[in-house]
Design a protein around this ligand. Structure first.
Ligand SMILES: O=C(CO)COP(=O)(O)O
Length: 256
C-alpha cells in the first residue's frame, strides 16, 4: 500500500507574518495521520518553516534546487544546502520552471540525481499543455518527460521518488482535470513504469496537481492511481489546505 502524500507549493507567496499565521491555523485544523504532508515555502522561508514544524509530523520541501553541486553559481542553492536546512522533498521540473525559466530535461535529470545523493526525495512534475492535449499527445509528452529522467539517472535511482502529474492547462486556471482524465494519465504512468521495473511501478506515489480545492479533492483522491495532491492556490489558506489534507487522510482510512 502506498502512503498518500499531499504537498503544498506556495510558489512565490508568503511573508514571515503570513507564514506564522498560516501554521498557527493549519496545525489546529489539520487531522491527517494517515498521510504525509509536505510544505514547500519560498526558499528564504525554509528555516522559518523548518523551526515551526520541527516537533510536528509535517515535512519540509523546496520548490527548486541548483543543477550543479556547490561552487561558483551566483544566486543558486545546492542540494547539500537544502539537506542541511532539513528539506526532505524537493519539486523539480514544475511547468512554471520549464516554461518561464526554460529548464531542460537534462537539467531536471541532473537536479534529480543531486537530490538523491543528498537523501532528498525528488518530486518530478510532468504535464501537457492544452495544445498537446488537444493533439492527443498527453501520454507521449508525460511519459517522455519521465523517461528522459529515468534514462539519465537509471531506474534504481528512480525508486522512492514521487511523480506529480500537473496538466499545464489546469494550473491556477480553476479548470481541474476530471477524476477520470487524471486517473487515465496516472494509470498510463504506472503501466509505463512497469515496463522499467514492476516494483518501482507499484511503489511510486503519483500525485495530481492543478486547481485542486476542498470541493473536488475527494473525487480525485478516490481514484485508484491518484496517491495524493500537489496544491498551489488552495495551499495558501490554512483552512482550505487542512481540509484537503483531511479529505486525503480519511479517504486513505476507508481504503485500508
Ligand atoms: O502548480 C500547482 C502546484 O504545483 C497547482 O497550482 P494550483 O493548485 O493553483 O492550480
Amino acid at each position: 500500500m502506498r502512503r498518500p502524500i499531499i504537498i503544498a507549493n506556495w510558489k512565490m507567496n508568503g511573508s514571515r507574518e503570513k507564514n506564522t499565521s498560516f501554521l498557527e491555523h493549519f496545525l489546529t485544523a489539520v487531522n491527517a495521520e494517515t498521510c504525509d504532508i509536505v510544505i514547500c515555502p519560498p526558499l528564504p522561508y525554509l528555516s522559518q518553516i523548518q523551526q515551526s514544524i520541527e516537533i510536528t509530523a509535517i515535512n519540509l520541501g523546496s520548490q527548486n534546487v541548483c543543477q550543479y553541486p556547490e561552487g561558483a553559481y551566483t544566486g543558486e542553492t545546492s542540494a547539500t544546502m537544502l539537506a542541511d536546512l532539513g528539506c526532505q522533498y524537493c519539486l523539480i521540473g514544475h511547468s512554471e520552471r520549464r516554461l518561464i525559466f526554460n529548464e531542460s530535461d537534462k537539467s531536471i535529470a541532473d537536479k534529480f540525481l543531486l537530490l538523491k545523493k543528498n537523501n532528498i526525495t525528488p518530486v518530478l512534475c510532468v504535464g501537457e499543455t492544452l495544445q498537446q492535449r488537444e493533439n492527443n499527445e498527453t501520454e507521449q509528452v508525460v511519459l517522455s518527460q519521465i523517461d528522459s529522467v529515468i534514462h539519465s539517472v537509471g531506474i534504481n535511482n528512480f525508486i522512492d521518488s514521487v511523480i506529480a502529474y500537473e496538466p499545464v492547462w489546469s494550473i491556477g486556471t480553476g479548470l481541474t482535470a476530471t477524476p477520470e482524465q487524471a486517473q487515465s494519465v496516472h494509470l498510463a504512468i504506472r503501466n509505463h513504469l512497469k515496463t522499467h521495473n514492476s516494483q518501482t511501478a507499484s511503489g511510486t506515489r503519483i500525485v495530481y496537481g492543478g486547481s485542486v480545492k476542498p470541493e473536488n479533492a475527494a473525487d480525485l483522491f478516490s481514484q485508484p492511481d491518484i496517491d495524493g495532491g500537489l496544491i498551489g492556490g488552495a495551499s495558501l489558506k490554512a483552512e482550505s489546505f487542512a481540509e484537503i489534507c483531511n479529505v486525503l487522510s480519511s479517504n486513505a482510512e476507508v481504503m485500508h
